[in-house]
Design a protein around this ligand. Structure first.
Ligand code: CU
Length: 270
């Protein structure tokens, strides 16, 4: 009974209780943390779901009606008719119209995501077999991000999702993400932000997000990339502006890409 209650509550309650990451027995999307994701969820909940349910109910009704009305005992001499122009035109036209009704808002959301607003900061995600590498090109920062093994997990770190070096970004800022790969196809995906882009070797894809809430958000590589595809998660920690500045000054030392200060000194001494 306890287990049943747990599962039951998981179906309906956990989305509210635990945000930002998938939960046991979850149905539907993770909780949205950006405007893009809220639009995607609204599109799904308010348009796609009603259409799907209406079509399923209608087809089920037709099947039941045919089973009962035209069963052998009630209809011993079946009609030999094979064509009906009106019905054929209708069952072509109506699905076309339904598709158009779905396409308009869908393209609206797609194009809005495609146009990147003026970015406050840029990060670069590079897919490797099997971990992610990150760069902050404007800040001279570079680091790798590996999944934490199950035996090394801390209390609040989710299995298969937590990483050693998290991506840190400020809240309410437009973050542009450049995405590429070094070996094979990967995909950088973060469900709460409504973000998913393929990481293609030799090509730079870009996307963006603007996180609305402070917190830790989890995603995964979403392109089958090899034997450890499931073990290269993505963790983004959204922090306040002050915390970000603090992290930045630490990271600039810890993850410095080039020793710029030394180079400058060398140049000056020449
Ligand atoms: Cu991958």
């Amino acid at each position: 009974m306890k287990k049943f209650l747990f599962i039951f509550s998981g179906l309906f309650l956990t989305q509210e209780a635990i945000a930002n990451q998938p939960v046991d027995w979850q149905l539907g999307f993770q909780k949205a943390a950006s405007e893009s994701m809220r639009e995607i969820v609204a599109f799904h909940d308010k348009l796609l779901l009603p259409i799907i349910i209406a079509i399923s109910v209608f087809v089920l009704f037709l099947m039941l009606y045919a089973c009962v009305r035209f069963r052998a005992s009630a209809n011993p001499n079946p009609s030999k008719r094979t064509h009906n122009v009106t019905v054929e035109v209708l069952w072509t036209l109506i699905p076309c119209l339904i598709l158009i009704v779905m396409a308009v808002p869908s393209f609206k959301i797609l194009y809005k995501q495609d146009a990147i607003p003026k970015a406050d900061l840029t990060i670069k995600a590079i897919g490797y077999q099997w971990y992610w590498g990150y760069e902050y090109p404007d800040e001279n920062i570079i680091f790798d991000s590996y999944m934490i093994e199950e035996k090394d997990l801390k209390v609040d770190q989710p299995r298969l999702l937590a990483v050693d070096n998290e991506v840190v970004v400020p809240v309410d800022k437009v973050v542009k993400v450049l995405i590429t790969a070094n070996d094979v196809l990967h995909a950088w995906a973060l469900p709460s932000f409504g973000v998913k882009r393929d990481a293609v070797p030799g090509r730079i894809n870009e996307t963006w997000f603007k996180a609305e809430k402070v917190g830790t958000y989890y995603g995964q590589c979403s392109e089958l990339c090899g034997i450890k595809h499931a073990f290269m998660p993505i963790t983004v920690r959204v922090v306040t502006n002050e915390e970000y500045e603090e992290w930045l000054s630490e990271a600039k030392e810890k993850f410095a890409k080039e020793e710029i200060e030394n180079d400058k000194l060398k140049l000056a001494s020449k």
